[in-house]
Design a protein around this ligand. Structure first.
Ligand code: RUB
Length: 305
């Protein structure tokens, strides 16, 4: 197993690489590098090495179907080619990985373009955690000349909201940073909520950073639309056949590093927002009802099902 797989997996586990997109991109790039450096000398060995990497990445962060889909795509594309030559297989991985990353980048641009239209001039929007896709949408709205303010939660326990806040300040967007429990206090002053996604189920329920579902309830109570800003490839195909998306539980030290002995601490990283709380999924195919995810994904990414 090449070092690049181990070291990338470690970075993902430790949140040095954060957010579903960045996690998937890091895993794809690591596999691409491994394929270039491979010392295997048969197709069987080459595929076994890819599958070993797939196994390692699957244990890094459980709730990341974009990463799983990306790796599965690379493996099936490689399995399907007729050649037995390792040099050609390694070239296939290179080409497919490059293409996958380019398509992902293109989706991000399309999503930002569509989503930015839902930010009204002189409005206030709300976000939670750090989603690179949501941030890109905000950057696009700003570049389009929209004047708007953002309210951003700190996002306990790992404070990913600080990443969002720093980036928004750098973009020159007026941002107010609040503790998670202040969300209800501010919701009445908000015109729209934009959050990212880690996973989408076949029913159109969305798994995102812990606290998202509470924010969705607050948004509904305040009649504020909540948009999920996401690439379609965060869909988990296993949910179609009845599997539930697994919710990652992280170390308790993230919550309280010097907790008293005997205290039980629980640290789920994500929660599920049911489709009825979601005004729309802003994805590369447009703004869609979450319940239509399977219909929309089928023609676009038939390989995923
Ligand atoms: C990050 C998180 C983000 C999604 C979407 O959680 O929940 O909202 O991953 O991000 P963590 P992106 O910090 O635990 O990875 O839009 O960048 O894919």
């Amino acid at each position: 197993m090449s070092d690049i797989i181990q070291s990338t997996a470690e970075k993902i586990k430790k949140l040095q690489v954060q957010g579903a997109r960045n996690v998937a991109i890091a895993a794809v790039k690591a596999i691409q590098t491994q394929a270039q450096q491979t010392k295997t000398n048969s197709k069987k060995q080459f595929l076994a090495e890819l599958k070993q990497a797939q196994k390692i990445f699957a244990t890094t962060r459980e709730t990341e179907p974009l990463m799983r889909n990306a790796i599965r795509y690379l493996i099936t594309q490689t399995e399907d080619v007729a050649t037995e030559k390792v040099s050609e297989l390694s070239q296939i991985v290179n080409v497919k990985a490059t293409q996958f990353l380019r398509d992902l980048e293109e989706s991000k641009e399309i999503i930002a373009e569509i989503g930015a239209r839902r930010i009204q001039n002189n409005s206030v929007v709300f976000t939670h955690c750090h989603s690179s896709t949501v941030n890109h949408l905000f950057a696009k709205a700003k570049a389009d000349g929209k004047n708007f303010k953002v309210i951003c939660t700190e996002t306990r326990p790992a404070f990913q909201g600080r990443i969002t806040a720093k980036k928004l300040v750098d973009l020159g967007i007026e941002t107010t940073f609040i503790v998670d429990s202040a969300a209800r206090t501010f919701m009445n002053k908000v015109d729209a909520v934009f959050v990212g996604a880690d996973a989408i189920t076949s029913e159109g329920n969305v798994v995102n950073k812990i606290g998202t579902s509470s924010i969705a309830v607050l948004a509904m109570e305040a009649r504020t639309p909540l948009y999920v800003v996401t690439e379609l490839l965060k869909f988990n195909p296993e949910t179609l056949s009845g599997e539930c998306e697994k919710i990652e539980h992280r170390g308790i030290g993230e919550v309280w590093s010097e907790a008293p002995d005997g205290l039980k601490i629980c640290n789920p990283a994500f929660d599920v927002t049911p489709n009825r709380y979601i005004h729309g999924l802003i994805c590369e195919e447009g703004i869609i009802a979450p319940q239509t995810i399977v219909q929309v994904i089928k023609p676009k990414y038939p390989w995923i099902l």
